[in-house]
Design a protein around this ligand. Structure first.
Ligand code: PSV
Ligand code: MN
Length: 399
């Protein structure tokens, strides 16, 4: 890399932060069961400690997304969780209400025919907004498991109308400075018609909810071969892109490590963001978040791996020469235009990452440093003993 390119990539990295998910540090599984890990987080303190370890080593994950039902005890002061986060060197990021786990949500939350259940879901959202306000969080992040599994089961339009009303009510309660993110997903757990199935539905519902509602793009929530960067470019241009849940996939919502299957796609997404910023003269305000649950890898290692690849791909995308690209596009020189992207994608950005890490006094290799630190072994020993004392199921160890 030339010194000029290193400078450009380092400058881009200065602006790149990515949020870790609290749930990514705890034991998770598939619909077929769970394989427990000794070092997995047991409670919110463990999750925030693990997120703190990731941030300490990578320097770009200052916030942690939380799931209200999983991370906040009923009646507990949310500020106590914010204090815990601070103790571990991080802050609370997006607040995720849980509108899918309670038995009452069998037929949905905001889409439910029963007004009492819709009110129950709304109350939970209002409580989540209040938690966000108490902990100084900017984002309330909404994902709905709502939908139907059989043709004819319910009126698709009636469910849409209920969503419009409830999302509007939720938006009206936002605290100053809060943004509401609306996530979409084509299927699962509903298998016929998910109520917010794609970006178009999330866009329309966000628009109707109010000016502070934006679309959240979870990269795993698309059909095979869908052009995600086109969705990103479109939403950016409409000022409707609120944030990302990053993960990779091979088949469906697989929650694989970002870039493990298709790093070029992540690069192309970042390219659209850099190109938009170049045209506008300012980087758009986007919440970059990870949404991955690792069942086969140690969770902290997988998270560090994700963060590092995200930084690499973000830096690579920053190397695209936009003037050259525009010139090639103007003369319909498809080959030169495509090669401009490929050249940036295949550039080894290790010198830029090394320079950025030196500047911030971070370890040159966060993953190696994590392995050297013995954190995983200590966590496994301590958490194994705590599980035993609490009578929880024991797991296996990577340590
Ligand atoms: C649903 O699959 C989802 O992507 C939503 O963002 C949830 O909040 C998260 O996963 C929970 O794991
Ligand atoms: Mn998600």
């Amino acid at each position: 890399m030339s010194p000029k390119l290193i400078r450009r990539a380092v400058e881009a990295l200065e602006k790149f932060k990515i949020e870790t998910p609290s749930w990514g540090f705890a034991d998770t599984g598939t619909r077929f069961g769970k394989f427990f890990q000794d070092a997995a987080a047991i409670d919110v303190n463990d999750k925030l400690a693990d997120a703190g370890q990731v941030h300490r080593l990578t320097g770009c994950c200052p916030t942690v997304a939380v799931h209200v039902l999983w991370d906040f005890k009923k009646g507990e002061d949310p500020k106590a969780v914010a204090r815990l986060a601070r103790k571990h060197g991080v802050r609370i990021g997006a607040i995720n209400p849980n509108l899918f786990q309670e038995q009452c949500y069998k037929w949905g939350s905001f889409g439910n025919q029963d007004a009492a259940i819709r009110r129950h879901a709304l109350r939970h959202c209002y409580d989540s907004i209040a938690i966000g306000k108490a902990v100084g969080s900017e984002f309330i992040s909404l994902w709905f498991a709502d939908g139907t599994s059989y043709p004819g089961q319910e009126s698709i339009r009636d469910r849409k109308h209920r969503f419009e009303t409830c999302l509007k009510a939720c938006h009206a309660r936002l605290a100053p400075g809060q943004t509401m993110l609306v996530e979409y997903k084509p299927f699962e757990p509903a298998f016929y018609a998910t109520d917010i199935a794609d970006w178009g539905m999330a866009y329309v519902l966000s628009k109707k909810a109010g000016p502070r509602a934006k679309v959240l793009v979870d990269t795993g929530h698309h059909y095979q071969a869908q052009n995600i960067e086109q969705i990103v470019a479109f939403l950016l241009d409409e000022n409707m892109l609120g944030g990302f849940h990053f993960n990779d996939r091979r088949y469906a919502d697989d929650d694989l490590t970002l870039g493990s299957i298709d790093p070029y796609q992540v690069f192309r997404i970042f390219h659209e963001i850099h190109a938009f910023a170049a045209d506008r003269g300012a980087a758009p305000d986007i919440a970059y978040m990870i949404d991955q649950c690792h069942n086969e890898k140690p969770k902290i290692e997988a998270t560090i791996q994700t963060v590092v690849i995200a930084q690499e791909l973000y830096a690579k995308a920053a190397l695209v020469n936009h003037e050259k690209l525009r010139r090639a596009q103007a003369r319909n020189d498809v080959v030169t235009a495509e090669l401009e992207l490929k050249k940036a994608f295949f550039t080894d950005v290790a010198p830029a990452l090394a320079a950025w890490r030196r500047r911030h006094e971070l370890p040159s290799d966060p993953l190696a440093e994590h392995r050297r630190s013995g954190y995983e072994r200590r966590a496994a020993t301590e958490r194994r003993a705590r599980r035993q004392a609490l009578g929880l199921v024991q797991g296996g160890s990577f340590a």
